[in-house]
Design a protein around this ligand. Structure first.
Ligand SMILES: C[S@@+](CC[C@H](N)C(=O)[O-])C[C@H]1O[C@@H](n2cnc3c(N)ncnc32)[C@H](O)[C@@H]1O
Length: 273
């Protein structure tokens, strides 16, 4: 996989930018849609894998109720710090596991369900991650995972890449493609089938990114994302040229009520009994 190596959520600033900017506009609405794919979470023990700042975790707590359990796992301690805050005082109490998706620091057959919103594409060895998911699930347990579709279908991020190429910053544009372009739908499906999952289904979901913030909001999103620190390293002139290029693209393609459409693959799969 190209490009994802230095796309990191590890720094404190990136975690704060993600939680302040990306979560409300993008990850929270998508978390609601993802969890609506399953009817009844009551009483389940659910692992939120690559939980980030805990937007899915917090919603799971509400859904499993006091008889259930929620575990939030992520490789980034900085991201989990926000998740801890978001889930403070929750019932049931969330168990936090800081560490990679593979190996996963959880016992065999210990969870009923795994939810992974926009994390699977970042795992360096995805077949190993899928095998770990199978290992920690109980028989009959399920996975629900979402991954973005190619950057051309996630329009704002496509325009960001175009604006970066326009100012001759192809290496940052390449980095920006990491969440989108390096996990084809067929590979997603085959990875779970290869790990022994049954009833593997991949569907496509597409929604506009609602925002009245226009180009100012778009620019906040870029600087709040993991490429923000790379942009900060560019000269003032190049950053200004980037903003001009992005402004032109956003204004050309939107009517001011959205920041374009986003599209995701949604995988569901079941572990055999
Ligand atoms: C786009 S964020 C999604 C976070 C969260 N699921 C949400 O919906 O807001 C991707 C997350 O994957 C985590 N991640 C990346 N590589 C990982 C790995 N190898 N193991 C576990 N988590 C990883 C990152 O730290 C980050 O929190």
């Amino acid at each position: 996989m190209t490009g994802s190596g230095s796309f990191s959520f590890g720094g404190r600033d990136v975690a704060a930018g993600y939680d302040d900017v990306m979560v409300p506009i993008l990850f929270e609405p998508w978390a609601m849609r993802l969890l609506a794919e399953h009817d009844d979470w009551t009483g389940m023990t659910v692992l939120d894998l690559a939980a980030g700042t805990g937007v899915v975790t917090r919603e799971l707590v509400e859904r499993v109720g006091s008889e259930g359990g929620v575990i939030a796992s992520d490789i980034s301690g900085a991201m989990l710090e926000h998740a801890r805050r978001r889930c403070e005082g929750s019932v049931p109490a969330v168990r936090f596991v800081e560490g990679p998706a593979h190996p996963l620091d959880l016992p065999d057959a210990s969870v009923d369900y795994i939810v992974c919103q926009q994390g699977f594409q970042f795992f360096p060895d995805r077949p190993a991650a899928a095998r770990e998911m199978a290992r920690v699930l109980r028989g009959g347990g399920r996975v629900l995972a979402s991954t973005w579709r190619p950057v051309d279908e996630c329009e704002l991020f496509g325009w960001i890449c175009e604006a970066l190429r326009a100012i001759d910053a192809p290496e940052i544009a390449e980095l920006m493609r990491a969440p989108f372009d390096f996990l084809p739908e067929t590979e997603l499906r085959e990875t779970f089938e290869g790990a022994g999952f049954r009833d593997v289904e991949v569907g496509v979901r597409s929604h506009p990114m609602a925002s009245t913030g226009g180009v100012e909001r778009a620019i906040t999103i870029v600087y709040g994302s993991p490429i923000g620190p790379k942009l900060d390293e560019l000269s003032e002139d190049r950053q200004a040229a980037f903003r001009t290029a992005l402004t032109g693209l956003v204004e050309r393609h939107t009517d001011g009520s959205t920041l374009g459409r986003m599209a995701a693959n949604l995988l569901s799969a079941r572990k055999g009994a």
